[in-house]
Design a protein. Structure first.
Length: 631
């Protein structure tokens, strides 16, 4: 056996043995979904607003936020973010003071204040969530980008070009609470709230000027509202009732709204705006749900915005099978049973744009029962596919999941994340930072590629089927000029290119196809000198590839997996990458925790603690399976 295969076998064994030890009793794996300091800050502000008695957690969150402060006084969304992040710094400053464990005279707070003021203060904050928290707690006015959208938009029919359900699912569950609060000019400020007035550097510039396109969108909304029948008061009351019902109908059993901490925090403030008592059972349960989202790792405690238990468990189960763990192994059986128990059986908002389809998807978090997504569903289906051959219960589950995935294909041929055909460009005109990524849910290269990879390699479908042909055509038509593809939910062009190439290859697109060759060559062109790959989160904001300057395990694994799919034989470049990947897993450098997941481009990035296991196992296993006989 060649030296590289010996190293691969050793590393696969080490990684799988570690995962065998980490599996939970219920069959799941529970890794931290680490998402910066934003949610930690919001949680402290909320807990102090409600006088929640959980000093231990508040202190832990405070300490974690303080530990993340940079020497310049700022906070960053990712290590190489230039000049720091103003929104994250404002959130952190506010939360540290509100916690009571930091004082205005402390040197870290003084440095933070200088940084915030140097960047223009509160008036220059770009994150709409930050603006909403500041407004909800009386630190600033409600931004016109929210207050100028009438609550009555909820009453516009689905047939109208702009209606509430044209917004993406993620956008809706955040926007609804903001609209309720802005409609009532709501804010709550406790006696212990810090005074942020000195952070208003330019009081005349505390809000953005709406773009012309946004003004045109408002005109369109007003045209729709003019058709509503009733007095202004009765229409407004109907809209308020509908907004409240929208929220209450989407609360999960753990008390969270759609299983997101961010939307749940906003929901609590919105319910207060509607007159709910702070001790109301809905609010109490929501606080418990947020508290339960905490994760402790490496001595730090953080609040996960949406725990990744389903995503991690599905991918790990599949990776273990690819590594050679038998289908009848207790670990696989236990994991598959866990996944089977979490398949959705009720229709959610996805059915509005996709009626007459039976539920069958999976969500991201284990408490998620109504908001499935395509990526999590194909991940779960990969994990249970082999069991579906012998066990009728898994076969029925697999068939329902496959049918749901197929039904979610957009009219343009690609696949979205959560909802079908929600690609109304007019909604991206909102005067909100990141609206293009948050407001709509269009076809994306990573989702389309991963779906095609599943349909080709696991369902045996290829371009002889029209819907597969349309999917591959969408991918080919959306390749960047340099040969890459943009990935929405990972960082970023490496992620999208990996998904696109493996998807095209799985559906029998020829290896010599121009799109495949261009994509593979692009990956080789950006390979680092050490043999690995690494891309900056800055790519997400700048919309072009930005090298990180270092290699990360996830991105190295993605690039190699794509090249393995394309090449008939291993190459020197690929072997160098394999050695770099294995070496990186033994290191404890900042690159091992660099965020390679994207929640909201420009505002929210994720370090998946599971990724250092999942993607390396898959890539090493695929290399061994394809090239092992050549050694």
């Amino acid at each position: 056996m060649s030296p590289i295969l010996i190293k691969i076998d050793e590393e696969i064994q080490r990684l799988t043995e570690t995962l065998l030890q980490l599996q939970q009793q219920d069959g799941s794996w529970r890794f931290c979904f680490e998402n910066g300091t934003t949610i930690d800050a919001y949680a402290i502000i909320l807990f102090r607003t409600l006088n929640v008695q959980n000093e231990a957690l508040i202190r832990q969150l405070h300490d974690r936020i303080l530990n993340e402060q940079q020497h310049e006084g700022c906070w960053k969304l990712f290590p190489d973010e230039e000049e720091g992040n103003l929104s994250a710094s404002v959130e952190a400053y506010y939360a540290l003071l509100y916690s009571g464990y930091s004082q205005t005279t402390d040197e870290p707070i003084r440095r933070a204040k200088r940084f915030i003021q140097s960047k223009g203060g509160l008036g220059k904050v770009t994150s709409i969530l930050t603006k909403a928290i500041l407004a909800a707690t009386g630190q600033s006015k409600w931004p016109s980008s929210i207050s100028s959208i009438p609550l009555e938009i909820l009453l516009l029919p689905a047939s109208f070009p702009i209606n509430f359900f044209e917004f993406s699912a993620y956008s809706r569950v955040h926007l609804i609470s903001m609209l309720i609060m802005a409609d009532r000019h709501y804010s709550i400020k406790t006696d212990h709230a810090p005074d942020l007035s000195d952070l208003h550097v330019d009081p005349m510039n505390t809000d953005e000027q709406p773009a012309r396109a946004f003004q045109e969108m408002q005109i369109s909304i007003q045209a729709g509202l003019s058709r509503l029948i009733g007095t202004p008061r009765s229409i407004h009351e109907a809209a308020t009732t509908k907004a409240q019902q929208f929220i209450l109908q989407r609360i999960e059993s753990d008390g969270t709204l759609y299983s997101y901490a961010s939307s749940t925090i906003l929901m609590i403030y919105a319910l207060l705006a509607l007159g709910y008592d702070q001790q109301h059972p809905v609010i109490t349960l929501a606080v418990q749900g947020i508290t339960a989202m905490q994760c402790r790792s490496n001595g730090k405690t953080t609040i996960q915005n949406s725990p990744s238990t389903l995503w991690d468990s599905a991918l790990i189960t599949y990776a273990m099978q690819e590594a050679g763990i038998a289908d009848d192994h207790a670990t696989i059986r236990s994991a598959a049973a866990y996944l089977l128990s979490r398949q959705h059986h009720q229709s959610g908002d996805w059915s509005i744009h996709n009626p007459n389809t039976l539920p069958g998807g999976w969500g991201f978090s284990e408490t998620n029962t109504m908001n499935p997504d395509v990526d999590d569903t194909t991940a779960a289906l990969r994990a249970i596919r082999r069991l579906s051959h012998t066990d009728p219960s898994y076969r029925e589950s697999w068939n329902r999941g496959l049918n749901w995935v197929l039904s979610m294909q957009n009219n343009d041929g690609g696949w979205p994340a959560f909802e079908k055909n929600t690609n109304n460009e007019m909604l991206t005109w909102l005067a909100i930072d990141g609206a293009k990524s948050a407001a709509i849910d269009p076809s994306e290269a990573d989702l389309s590629g991963r779906t095609l990879e599943y349909l080709g390699n696991f369902a045996g479908l290829d371009t002889r089927y029209d819907f597969i042909k349309r999917g591959t055509n969408w991918l080919i038509n959306h390749q960047e000029n340099d040969g890459s593809w943009y990935g929405r939910w990972g960082i970023c062009y490496i992620y999208g290119t990996w998904a696109a190439i493996t998807g095209l290859m799985a559906t029998n697109i020829p290896t010599n196809h121009e799109a495949v060759q261009k994509g593979a060559q692009w990956l080789l062109n950006i390979q680092n000198a050490d043999g690995g790959w690494g891309e900056s989160c800055r790519s997400d904001r700048l919309q072009h590839y930005v090298p990180l300057g270092e290699s990360t395990p996830s991105q190295t694994a993605w690039a190699l997996d794509a090249l393995i799919a394309v090449h008939p034989r291993s190459t020197a470049a690929m072997d160098k990458g394999i050695y770099r990947l294995i070496a990186s897993l033994q290191e404890d450098k900042w690159t091992a925790s660099y965020p390679t997941g994207a929640g909201l481009p420009g505002n929210f990035y994720v370090h998946y603690h599971s990724y250092r296991y999942i993607w390396p196992i898959l890539t090493l296993s695929h290399y061994r399976r394809k090239f092992g006989h050549q050694a």
